[in-house]
Design a protein around this ligand. Structure first.
Ligand code: FES
Length: 127
C-alpha cells in the first residue's frame, strides 16, 4: 500500500519533535479523521525585518497525533522547505509532497494536507 520512501519517513521521520524557541507555531486538525499536526518554525535572525515571504526558514520541526501517511508527508515537507524562503515554502503543494514520497494511496492524500495547512497556520502568526 505504501511506497518504500513513505515507509522510510514513517519509520525514521525527519525533524520530528518539539522546538522550544520557535518563532511561530501552526496547529491544525484533520476533520476527516480527527488527527492533529503541530509545526514549529525558526526564522533566520537576519531576515526578521524582511517581508514575511522573503524570510528564510532556518529550522522546522513537527509533532503529530496522526497516521503514518501524515507523519511521512510532514517529514517530507520539512525536508522540502528547510532553508527555503517562506514564499517558496508556501508554494509546495500536497501533490508535490505525495510525488516526492513516491506516491500516496488516494485515500491517504487528505493526510498530506495537514502538513501544508499547518505551515500556512504558522506563517499567519508572522504577519
Ligand atoms: Fe488522519 Fe491520515 S488518517 S491524518
Amino acid at each position: 500500500m505504501y511506497s518504500k520512501i513513505v515507509l522510510e519517513h514513517f519509520q525514521n521521520p525527519h525533524n520530528q519533535g518539539k522546538m522550544e524557541e520557535a518563532d511561530c507555531v501552526g496547529q491544525v486538525g484533520n476533520p476527516v479523521c480527527g488527527d492533529i499536526m503541530k509545526l514549529y518554525l525558526k526564522i533566520r535572525v537576519e531576515d526578521r525585518d524582511k517581508p514575511v515571504e522573503e524570510r528564510v526558514i532556518e529550522d522546522i520541526k513537527f509533532e503529530t497525533l496522526g497516521c503514518g501517511a501524515a507523519i511521512a508527508s510532514t517529514s517530507m515537507l520539512t525536508d522540502l522547505v528547510k532553508g527555503k524562503t517562506i514564499g517558496a515554502a508556501l508554494k509546495v503543494t500536497k501533490q508535490e509532497i505525495a510525488d516526492a514520497l513516491g506516491g500516496l494511496p488516494a485515500v491517504k492524500i487528505h493526510c498530506s494536507v495537514l502538513a501544508t495547512e499547518a505551515l500556512e497556520e504558522a506563517v499567519k502568526q508572522l504577519k
